[in-house]
Design a protein around this ligand. Sequence first.
Ligand code: NOJ
Length: 509
Amino acid sequence: MPKWLNDAVFYQIYPQSFYDSNGDGIGDINGIIEKLDYVKELGCNAIWLNPIYDSPFMDAGYDVRNYKLVAPRYGTNDDLVRLFDKAHEKGMKILLDLVPGHTSDTHEWFQKAKKAEKSEVSNRYIFTDSVWEAPPQYRLMCGICERDGNYLVNYFSSQPALNYGFDKVTHPDWQLPCDHPDCLATAEALKDIMRFWLSKGADGFRVDMADSLVKNDDEKYATAKIWRGVREMLDKEFPDAALVAEWCHPQRAINDAGFHMDFYLDHHGNGYSKLFRYDKWGDKAVFNPNGKGDLKSFADEYLPQYKLTKNNGYISFMTNNHDMPRISAYHDKQTIKLINAFIFTMPGVPFLYYGDEIGMRYQKGLVSKEGGFSRTGSRTPMQWTSSKNLGFSTNDETYLPVDASADAPTVENQKNDPDSIYRVVTDLIALRHKYDDLKGNGELEFLYDENKIPFAYKRGNLVMYFNPLGTQYEMNTQYSGETVYKIGDAEFADGKIKMQPQSFVMIKI
Ligand code: NOJ
């Protein structure tokens, strides 16, 4: 287990929208290098970079054409190595995004595999035997290759699924078992890509759709077995490298597959959404001031998984990511502050999505860009200053439109505002680094008041109290002590804490 993870706070960078250093309207690697000190000042000591590989960008780079080449619009492989080096000089780590489940249909493997002529990569993807064979349970593309048969896609139509085999083989004529040499070769090709970047200085990977490798793998144990093999390779060859899964099933991802971290997202019935979003616009979220949320249903899901995995890895909460509307689409400023207080004081390894530290707004109604669809509004350019394009680029056109509202938050105005989200985020991250009890593996005990909101939790000698409600609330507590941090206000008296509406208090007992 890489030791650095226990005190890691990640910053997620969507490269095309972060900072444009060469004035072409698209963010780039040199732009990220220029902004490393900014990320460090936030208190983040690690970065997850969304895909930076050569791609036709039908899915914003999750459709990889060449895993070993940086997309020219972001720079060169040498630029990326320079980013690794500069980050390391500043004590920071860089995780790349690994896309193991599919490639772009323009990848050379697929270009070769779709030909009628057999080659060493004919089984790298999953083709049925004949174009007339299209079992409805699979997402198949049909009638577009020289080769006979239809092929499975993993996500969009341009993303053919890589072949790691089938756990339950139901069509032996075209489905290979996982231990077929060609399926094992796919896993080896994946390791080869990982070694390529790790040996150049990458510190690990965020793994896209990590649970999607083996098909007909209901419990995902066969997929987990492949990752175990990857983990063994890392432990031997790159013991300091970290893997975070987009799996959202910590028990499977951490305990079985050997990931160091797993994102706690809204898949598999996890309660991320119950806390922050829930139904369409957050009406039943725990953090909504209306009190319609259900904390118990979050805790009943989260706590067993936390207990089962805490000795083996970390569950990662995130402020947002590039796949969901920003939290600002759901909640007011005070609620967003409280949400940050939660994310940065829970166990695990937290992730901050670029722009969330200044409360960047979800841009509704944008035309889809590079397969973004409703996600496009969370992918707009970072807002730095009040100058042209809010400091993102000097070009007239930008990758996506910059927030045009007169009061668009920027780093410049948020830094100078003592009441800003930026202040809360940076204060909380600093506290996380300061107190061992707040670190990734520190203890956690949920304290309920009849399973209701408000709620509290204890981490070692620190107790966190949250009142997300729009009303004042009194809750029983056996603890008292020095106030370490607060948002809003609260008073302790006679075994109770009286909390003002939408408040948070951290005490040291
Ligand atoms: C999850 C990624 O986060 C998302 O952006 C992408 O579209 C899909 N996986 C497919 O790779």
